[in-house]
Design a protein around this ligand. Structure first.
Ligand SMILES: NC(=O)c1ccc[n+]([C@@H]2O[C@H](COP(=O)([O-])OP(=O)(O)OC[C@H]3O[C@@H](n4cnc5c(N)ncnc54)[C@H](OP(=O)(O)O)[C@@H]3O)[C@@H](O)[C@H]2O)c1
Length: 238
């Protein structure tokens, strides 16, 4: 049985992904802060689910990952999916602090540890949910887009590191557009995917060891346009 840890699997994309991995007969380690939601997954799929309840902004991330890996009996894939984002019209420090604690600090600590673990193992796969928003700065939630850009950039660095090490360690940067969860907060939304559709496309992209996965696939176009727009045009929408 293959083993995956999904950080942030209590709701939304992470929960849909956990169910998909379970249905494909993986042993799944699920995490998040809401214990009752972790327990409900475990109750529903007792043979496939191991839970670890923790907050990625606290001090015990590595202990929790080690514990979970031990209980799973190894690790093939880690997906860092926990995320936070709020519009910040007044450039609120509390919002920026929480955003970077979860999307940057928690992410880099867990992914750094896991990459080094996979180097020792000689193989492995790391995926993380960044965002299309990371392709450009924006005035509505500056810390959110910047934190997602950090994730994508770090993942590219790890991809290159694995290439240099000549090890079969795969890196997948998952970049969703809009997915129907409470995280999707923009006023005007388009091409909104269900969590089921998003999870299916993410699962396929990871199986194919894709370096970047746009969710849904047509968001590739938006990412390219965002990057290509000159500032005199981008400043009208960004
Ligand atoms: N929905 C979209 O349109 C969209 C678009 C682009 C990117 N994304 C990204 O997709 C990822 C999943 O979000 P979602 O849309 O599925 O929203 P969601 O349902 O709110 O899921 C967020 C997940 O992150 C976990 N999380 C949040 N704070 C945490 C903390 N301090 N410690 C541990 N876990 C924490 C939550 O678990 P607990 O609350 O139980 O801790 C939950 O499982 C996020 O990284 C988000 O930025 C979403």
């Amino acid at each position: 049985m293959k083993k995956v840890i999904i950080i942030g699997a209590t709701s939304g994309i992470g929960r849909a992904l956990a169910i998909l991995y379970i249905q494909n007969n993986w042993l799944v380690g699920v995490t998040g802060r809401r214990r009752e939601l972790l327990d409900s997954l475990q109750l529903e799929f007792p043979a496939n689910v191991i839970t670890e309840c923790f907050d990625v902004t606290k001090e015990d991330n590595i202990e929790c990952i080690k514990n979970l890996t031990q209980q799973l009996g190894g690790l093939d894939l880690l997906i860092y999916n926990s995320g936070y984002g709020e519009p910040s019209p007044g450039l609120d420090w509390e919002i920026d602090k929480t955003t970077t604690a979860i999307n940057v600090q928690g992410f880099v600590e867990i992914v750094n540890f896991t990459f080094n673990y996979f180097v020792l193992e000689g193989k492995g796969h790391i995926a993380a949910t960044s965002s299309i928003a990371g392709n450009r700065g924006n005035s509505f939630a500056p810390a959110y887009s910047a934190s997602k850009a950090f994730m994508s950039n770090y993942m590219e660095g790890l991809y290159l590191k694995a290439v240099r090490l000549k090890l079969p360690i795969y890196i997948t940067d998952i970049q969703p557009g809009f997915v129907q969860t409470k995280m999707a907060k923009a006023e005007r939304q388009f091409w909104v995917a269900t969590t089921g559709k998003a999870a299916t496309q993410i699962y396929t992209a990871i199986n194919r060891k894709k370096r970047i996965a746009y969710i849904t696939k047509r968001w590739w176009l938006v990412a390219k346009i965002m990057r290509a727009l000159p500032m005199f045009l981008y400043r009208k929408i960004g």
